[in-house]
Structure formats: C-alpha cells, structure tokens
Design a protein around this ligand. Structure first.
Ligand code: AGP
Length: 368
C-alpha cells in the first residue's frame, strides 16, 4: 500500500525511490503523450495573454519549487514572476493587479501562512491557482483553479516526491503559458514536452548514484557546515539541498547562488567545509565552473553533481563527481533533486536521527 514503508527503512527512502513512478503519473495527467502537447486537466478561467505578472507564494520546499518555476515562466512565456514565502507575502500588503494570476504551492494544502496568502490574493481580485497534493485540502477548496500533483501520500516530514511533482506541474503550466502568449511555437512545445516525457527514466538513472552517495554521506556527517551552490534553476535546488540537510541531519547548511560566492560566503571556505555544486551542462555551466575553481583554490572540498564530468574535471582537480545522466538543460531540477535528496537522507541515517520525524518539525504547519 502507499502508506507503509514496503521494504524501506524509512518513508523518506521509499518516497525518494517512488519518484520515477509518481512523476510518470503526474506527467500523464498534464501532457498528452501521443501528440507531445501539454494538455491541462482543467480549463483555465483566464488567458495567459492577459496576465501581466504572476505571484507565486508558498513555504519551505514548496517555495523552492516556486523559485524554479519563476525561471521557467520568465524564459518560456516571457511572463514576469514574483516569488515569496507566504509568511512575508501575507503581511506585506503587496499590490496585486485585478485579473493577474497568483499561484499557491502546497503539498498538504493546509499550511496556515499559504492559506492566509491565498485569502489575501482572492480579496485583491486576482485569479488563484493552487498546486496541491491533497485535493480535499482547504487550499484546494478555496482556490479558483486546482492543479493536483499526483505524488500520493507523503509521510516523511522532509518533502521529496511532492516537490518533484510540483515541478512537473509547474513545468507543464509554464509551457502552456508560453504557447498561449505566442512565445513558444508548436515545434518548441513538442521539443519541451519530449523533454518532460524523458524525466521519469532520467530520475530512475539518477537513483543509481545512491551507493556512491551513501559513501559520501559519511564525510558529510563529519562536517559542521555544508555549502550548496548553483546558478539558474540549480540555485533554488541549492536552497532545497541545504534545507533538506538541515532538517533531517541537523547539520548546518546554506544554499547560495554560485555568483554570490565572492560577495561573502567564500570567506567560509576551508578544507573542512564540503561544497556541493549543482552544475548541469546548461547555459551557465561555465560560470559555475569558474566559481568552483575559486572554491578549489581555497582548499574547498567539492562534491559536484553534473552531466559534464569531463569538462569540469579538466579545469578543477580534487573533485568528487556525481555523474548525472545526459539530458536537455530545461528541466534538470527534477532529476538533480534525486541526488540532493539522497545526500541528505544518507547523511541523516549516518547521524542516526529520526529521519521521518525530525525534531521540532511538523509535516504540515497549520498554525502560524
Ligand atoms: C520540507 O521538507 C519541509 N518539511 C517544509 O519546508 C514544507 O515544504 C513546508 O512546510 C510547506 O508545506 P506544504 O507544502 O504542505 O505547504
């Protein structure tokens, strides 16, 4: 059944491993495989052509899915996006333009701050769209449009499969927006959807890094601090990696945009601080590599996640490389989420923490 651990030691492990399957289910709901077109399960009550700005609001991991989506909407649909954590958005009295779109992302659909933000947005007269995993939840009930993630029940407090399913829904929606706004041609759409269709297989490939990551986790477990770096859509994934490690292993971690390194965080680099670099072979790869050289020059201990091992190792030595499958650059966060989650999970297992029920945390934060 979906709510037992099957042969896994923790729900989190089971939920990480379920991802190729549940991402496949989510994909099947949002794209038409035969024609390779996006096909949303509901008719949107607005036209993306009329939207001037999208506001995305969520908490924690769901907010990082929102940050990734910002890159997608802006690139594919030339649609400006603001992303905010709900606890800030709800009190800021952000002016919203009537008829614009506000998106709320939540696994549980019960997060108090996200719900309050939704109610604020409704009162401002914008269209509200919820990306939720629990279709009977309050946020789902109160939103104008609901796009469900088909992750199935997520039991582990650390969100894993809900996050990647949120990304799948948001990627489909961004393509739909690009199409509606005339920024993507039919041909572009086919190419992008083709990329999405490959994701379940690529995630299954990414799961084969587990043994290597398990070994690395013993090193991470000895560290006091860990840095995560990424650019572009890998930047929010760096934030997610740091959050995941903190919440279940209790090791201090921070995620930074790789280009911000010289503006402060590089002062932290020494031989004892592992630096996890998320660098798929995309348009900013070379830039991230040069940041990596700066880390290496200061004795930093780099763990690199990339599909361009050769290019990276040619310029930086003393790397540990987690080799990722070759893939088109557009949707890497869904696939790179896998080693990021596995690293946090195995580190927590080494530390002996209560992985599924970490101290001080609740699965859904229903009070402010
Ligand atoms: C993720 O690992 C966290 N436990 C947490 O940040 C979570 O994503 C956040 O509380 C939002 O929850 P929701 O998706 O149910 O709204």
């Amino acid at each position: 059944s979906l709510v037992d651990k099957a042969n896994y030691r923790h729900f989190m492990a089971k939920e990480i491993h379920e991802q190729p399957e549940v991402i496949g289910h989510t994909l099947a709901r949002y794209v038409d495989m035969a024609s390779e077109r996006v096909s949303l399960p509901v008719k949107l009550p607005f036209d993306f052509k009329d939207i001037q700005r999208v506001t995305i609001t969520a908490c924690g991991t769901a907010s990082y899915a929102g940050y990734v989506a910002k890159y997608w909407f802006e690139r594919m649909a030339r649609l400006p996006v603001e992303v905010d954590v709900a606890s800030e958005f709800r009190y800021r009295e952000s002016p919203l333009r009537k008829g614009d779109l506000a998106i709320f992302i939540s696994q549980s659909g019960e997060t108090a701050d996200t719900l309050a933000a939704l109610r604020y947005a409704k009162a401002e007269g914008v269209h509200t769209l919820a990306v939720v995993n629990v279709p009977t939840s309050t946020i789902a009930r109160e939103s104008e449009t609901v796009l469900q993630t088909l992750a199935g029940p997520e039991i582990g407090v650390a969100s894993t499969k809900a996050f990647t399913c949120q990304l799948m829904v948001l990627a489909s929606l961004a393509i739909a927006a690009g199409k509606a706004r005339g920024e993507l041609s039919d041909e572009d759409e086919t190419k992008l959807v083709h990329g999405l269709v490959e994701i379940p297989r690529l995630m299954a490939d990414a799961l084969t890094t587990e043994l290597q990551i398990e070994k690395l986790a013993h090193r991470i477990a000895k560290s006091r601090d860990v840095l995560y770096l990424g650019r572009g859509t890998s930047f929010p994934l760096a934030l997610e990696g740091a959050l995941k490690l903190k919440e279940i292993s209790y090791i201090h971690a921070e995620g930074y945009a790789a280009g911000e390194l010289k503006h402060g965080p590089i002062a932290l680099i020494d031989e004892t601080t592992p630096v996890v670099v998320i660098a798929p072979n995309d348009r900013v790869f070379e830039k991230t590599v040069s940041n990596m050289q700066e880390v290496a020059a200061r004795g930093g201990n780099i763990i690199l996640m990339t599909d361009a091992k050769g290019a990276a190792e040619a310029t930086v030595d003393s790397l540990v490389t987690i080799v990722m499958p070759d893939m088109p650059a557009a949707f890497t966060p869904m696939v790179y989420a896998v080693p990021v989650q596995l690293l946090a999970y195995h580190t927590a297992v080494v530390m002996g923490t209560d992985v599924d029920q970490p101290r001080n945390l609740a699965k859904s934060v229903t009070v402010e």
